[in-house]
Design a protein around this ligand. Structure first.
Ligand code: ADP
Length: 207
């Protein structure tokens, strides 16, 4: 059997769409996935851990990483800088894992430019009212909420550029759907040309 070569999976969603929740659930329930850690200048939220959720860096350190080309993409979201270190994705691919990247819509485009075989998934809650409810539950105040909703409206327009849409109703179902996307993608002929070519060359061995 040909050796399975994985590819990065990029998940985007408006704020409150459930990127972190789905990512955490997926990584716990399916060991093939590993989170490619992002660095950020934003302050840790309660419960977030350095090196597990993010690399929390100063604006000066972030600027140095950006200047020396260490980041695949970077973006400013709600006044904070976020970036994906190239090394973090490459080392996961080398170890046979599926790098899972939760990235905003601009970042997702950059990832696709660098990793042409990456698969992009847009994640949405079942409705806008569920999204607002979840954001409130997360503790976002009125001002934050209104900023995030404005951004979400803009980001929705970008959804059409993604490969797949997954609805984040129940976490289990969303994770299963993402695993199904990966399964179908691994079976794409364009990812398995070597197997067909090897098979074809075996014809020379039979007379
Ligand atoms: P994002 O990272 O996209 O901003 P989060 O993962 O922080 O979104 O999700 C926003 C809020 O919604 C969080 O409080 C999270 O616990 C909750 N949430 C996310 N997905 C679900 C789900 N499938 N069911 C219930 N609550 C969810």
């Amino acid at each position: 059997m040909n050796k399975l070569r994985y590819f990065p999976v990029v998940i985007s969603a408006p704020s409150g769409g459930g990127k972190s929740a789905v990512k955490n659930h997926l990584i716990k329930s399916d060991r093939r996935f590993a989170f490619s850690i992002t660095c950020t200048t934003r302050k840790p939220r309660p419960g977030e851990k350095e090196g597990r959720d993010y690399y929390f860096v100063s604006p000066e350190k972030f600027e140095a990483l950006r200047k020396n080309g260490s980041l695949i993409e970077w973006a400013e979201v709600h006044g904070n800088l976020y970036g994906t270190p190239k090394k973090s994705v490459l080392s996961l691919l080398e170890s046979g894992k599926i790098p899972l990247m939760t990235i905003d819509v601009k970042g997702a485009k950059s990832v696709k430019r660098i990793f042409r075989d990456a698969v992009s998934i847009f994640l949405l809650p079942p409705s806008l009212s569920v999204m607002v409810k979840r954001l409130k539950k997360r503790g976002e105040g009125e001002r934050e909420l209104s900023i995030r909703l404005k951004t979400a409206k803009r980001e929705l327009k970008e959804a059409f550029g993604y490969d797949y849409l997954v609805i984040n109703d129940k976490l289990e179902k969303a994770s299963e759907d993402i695993a199904a996307v990966v399964k179908a993608e691994t079976l794409k002929l364009s990812r398995n040309c070597a197997f067909v070519k090897d098979f074809a060359s075996d014809f020379k061995k039979i007379k």
